[in-house]
Design a protein around this ligand. Structure first.
Ligand code: FAD
Length: 535
């Protein structure tokens, strides 16, 4: 039987005040940062029976982890740079997530066309794929494709100079949802030993004899502050890690690199699996793939000199670079700037080694201790479990009484079998819902039948949006429309008309009167305009 009660109460909006009162407890770990790295440490710590508190200054996944390319992948390009350890770890973790989190992490076929005169010729691609598909036992094989097959798989692709191609498999996900799942599962498994609080900013450290023993936290919703202590504080704040380290007088170590994406209506730019190719200007990898009903194109890789306090925005030069890449490879589609549905930029936290080309900096994770503060950064969405284990191993070295982590601990709950769900929606939807909501899916599907229809141009059910508004700690409309659901990216108006249509139901679910609703709608419209629209 399925448990109808979804999640532990502190995850709910009405659990926030209760949770704030409990902050003064005695914690083993305080983890700062509610992206995938912090979520992974919470998840592993929870399974190791530790008392862990996760603090996030905005919404969970509002940093880089909700703005990635949404691939759960081995990273074929890491092989090119001989980063074998990273590629192997990524492929193994991809396979783990495909097995465990089906419906949320799904296989994605890649077509890699090879053209005459390209720097990376067919034999090199073949060699790379040969290694790539042997990095895990169940990694699957690759296939050689003749030009005629490729054109069938990728309509509109340039035929001239096309020598042949290759087909292999990776995986895709909804990155923000993956973060929520990891956090929700961690809390559910912790029997109230672990907690996660969003809109709680760490503003400073508490030190004793120059060693970090706790943090000063500010509630970003009402400004109240408190101090919290733990045996160990972990700084998992991605590109913002240097900002916190600076409070301890430490010099910068990170090089924030911006990566941007374009999203197209799938009718305007139809692709049925991922198409990967070298950009005609610099041979950097570019890909286009179908994601939640739209086509996602990525990505750039540039230094980001702007303030980290503002949300990253795409620059027109990046738009032109990506457009030029797809215009060259898909000339018949004649894609223009006006065809772009929405955009998204994120910041890669990589260690600065001074390489001239940003793309040459390693994407591997790094963990180090300074004055009792453990910082963990780098890594990938895909490898969060390995990054968490690296961090907790270092934690064990610093505090021998903390247990040793294991790299293969199950940190996400297995997607329940499809047959456990009512037959009220089609199989593909059931799989998606089961992957996202786990055991809570059955209570969600008991909604009114007219709410079990997908919202046009999205995969989401109206019932899901309302359920989430009630149960998934939504404090602002951007939490709901940008991260619990990706309506701000998928819909041409960012979902504003849907928001207006669902207003009464949402107001009831969120318990908001008119002034709060208006304020939240304006806030959402402004964030969406700034970060996801082209000016
Ligand atoms: P973040 O997600 O940024 O989390 C850090 C959190 O700390 C933020 O939410 C922030 O709000 C919070 N924070 C900051 N300061 C404070 C404070 N003082 N108090 C409390 N909280 C604070 N990886 C893949 O595996 N697959 C991909 O397809 C992929 N594509 C990518 C594409 C791009 C463009 C980029 C930029 C990265 C991509 N990556 C990908 C890498 C991956 O997204 C990142 O490595 C990962 O998301 C980093 O997670 P994080 O938790 O370390 O950082």
């Amino acid at each position: 039987m399925i448990d109808p009660e979804p999640i532990v109460s502190p995850w709910r909006r009405d659990g926030r005040e209760e949770l704030w009162k409990r902050l003064s407890g005695d914690w083993d770990l305080i983890v700062i940062g509610g992206g995938i790295t912090g979520a992974g440490i919470l998840a592993l710590g929870s399974r190791m029976k530790l008392k862990v508190l996760l603090l996030e200054r905005g919404d969970f996944a509002s940093g880089t982890s909700g703005r990635s390319s949404k691939l759960v992948h081995g990273g074929l390009r890491y092989l090119k740079r001989m980063e074998l350890k990273l590629a192997r770890g990524s492929v193994q973790e991809r396979q783990y997530l495909l097995r465990t989190a089906s419906g949320l992490v799904e296989p994605l076929g890649f077509v890699y066309p090879v053209y005459k005169g390209e720097p990376i010729g067919p034999w090199l691609v073949e060699m790379g794929l040969g290694i790539y598909t042997h990095l895990a036992k169940d990694a699957g094989d690759y296939r050689k494709l003749e030009a005629v097959d490729i054109v069938m798989l990728a309509p509109g692709l340039l035929r001239e100079g096309l020598l042949r191609g290759y087909y292999y498999r990776d995986a895709q996900t909804d990155d923000a949802r993956l973060v929520f799942k990891v956090i929700q599962d961690a809390l559910a498994a912790s029997e109230e030993r672990c907690f996660a609080l969003q809109y709680a900013r760490v503003t400073d450290f508490i030190t004793e004899e120059s060693r970090v023993v706790g943090v000063q936290v500010r509630d970003e919703e009402d400004g109240k502050e408190t101090q919290v202590r733990a045996r160990l504080v972990i700084n998992a704040t991605g590109v913002w890690a240097d900002g916190l380290r600076a409070k301890m007088g430490r010099k910068k170590k990170l090089r924030p690199l911006r990566g941007s994406h374009l999203f197209f209506d799938a009718h305007r730019f139809p692709v049925y699996q991922a198409i990967a190719f070298g950009h005609p200007d610099d041979d950097r990898p570019v890909f286009a793939y179908p994601w939640q009903g739209v086509t996602l194109v990525g990505t750039t890789d540039l230094d980001h000199p702007s303030s980290l306090e503002e949300e990253p925005q795409i620059e027109m030069a990046e738009v032109h670079y990506l457009l030029h890449g797809i215009q060259t490879r898909f000339p018949d589609l004649a894609l223009k700037t006006r065809d772009i549905l929405s955009v998204q930029s994120g910041l890669r936290p990589v260690i600065d080694t001074g390489r001239e080309n940003p793309s040459d900096e390693s994407r591997d994770d790094a963990v180090w201790e300074e004055d009792g503060l453990l910082t963990v950064t780098g890594g990938k969405l895909t490898t969060f479990r390995l990054v968490a284990a690296d961090a907790l191993l270092e934690a064990h070295r610093l505090h021998r009484d903390l247990p040793t982590p294991s790299w293969d601990t199950e940190v996400v709950s297995r997607t329940p079998a499809l047959s456990d769900f009512e037959e009220c929606i089609e199989a593909r939807q059931r799989r998606r819902i089961a992957g996202r909501y786990g055991n809570a899916a059955s209570s969600l599907l008991r909604s009114r039948p007219d709410r079990l229809r997908p919202v046009p141009k999205t995969p989401y059910l109206e019932a899901e949006i309302l359920w989430s508004a009630r149960n998934e700690t939504v404090l602002h409309l951007d939490d709901l429309f940008l991260r619990r659901f990706r309506l701000g990216i998928l819909l041409p108006d960012g979902g504003l008309s849907l928001m207006d249509r669902m207003k009464e139901d949402l107001q009831r679910a969120l318990d908001w009167e008119e002034p709060r609703w208006t304020e939240e709608r304006d806030r959402y419209r402004e964030i969406r305009r700034r970060c996801h629209e082209l000016e």
